[in-house]
Write a protein that binds this ligand. Sequence first.
Ligand code: UTP
Length: 289
Amino acid sequence: MKIRKGVITAAGWGTRFLPATKSQPKEMLPLVDKPIIQYVVEEAVASGIEQIIIITALGKHAIENHFDRSFDLEYALKQKGDEKRLQEIKRISELARICYIRQKEQLGLGHAVSVARDFVGDEPFALFLPDDLITSEVPAMKQMLQVYDSYGCSVIAVEPVAPEKTAAYGIIEPKQVEERVHQVLSLVEKPNPEEAPSNLAIVGRYILTPEIFTLLEKVVPGAGGEIQLTDALRLLLDQQGIYAYQFQGTRYDTGEPLGFLKASVEFALSRPDLGTEFREYLRQLQLPD
Ligand code: UTP
């Protein structure tokens, strides 16, 4: 079945980015001059996703405004004769068919996914966690869709991490079936290095079969009342195969300040209009030890 719908979960508090996220969504923080969530919407569109469902929450209106038309701004740019920016602003509002659903209480990623149930219906869908930005020649989700086409099962994106970092991720027990593709034998949430079944960490791109919604209802909330997606994936594994795909590309964790900074620097360096001057600036910095 063709994957037509993409869900982007953007309802989290973003506490690691306080105070910046006290009154604005972390998904709207810019990498250079483009908000994080726009990169993710562009990835979804470039992967062939036709309809996007963004899960938002109180205080996240800026996301809706960003992808909407702004006639006043368009008029102002037109008056100024700034045709380039005018076209870019229009392009953003025409990027994709987007609808928004509010998660009324931030009860975890699993809960955020479950509120998309009525909109997704009984079909497999793509899930994007916008904290994870992936740059690649072929969009990461497009790569995953090819794996889905071959196996017809849920697919989760994985990335090798340093063994001492396993406690920060969901880790899979893999059985390799082809280059970059593993059958998932089990999933362990945040294991210590000595208990980790591998160093393949789950990152923020998934293709999920619709059975996940029924299973999310069965998940017992953990600490803080949060419903974990990994718990539902574990239940799914009892019923169906799940495959893990080691995507080709570079992932940045923009949900925490260091990852965000690294992404900002690298994105700026790769910009044709800024890169040369910025590189020169970085070279001249007298970095203390
Ligand atoms: P995180 O665990 O990174 O939480 O969520 P967070 O709230 O966004 O950030 P911190 O930890 O407070 O700094 C992973 C993904 O799940 C979404 C987030 O928006 C992010 O895409 N999420 C999380 C929700 O949509 N709703 C929730 O209740 C929790």
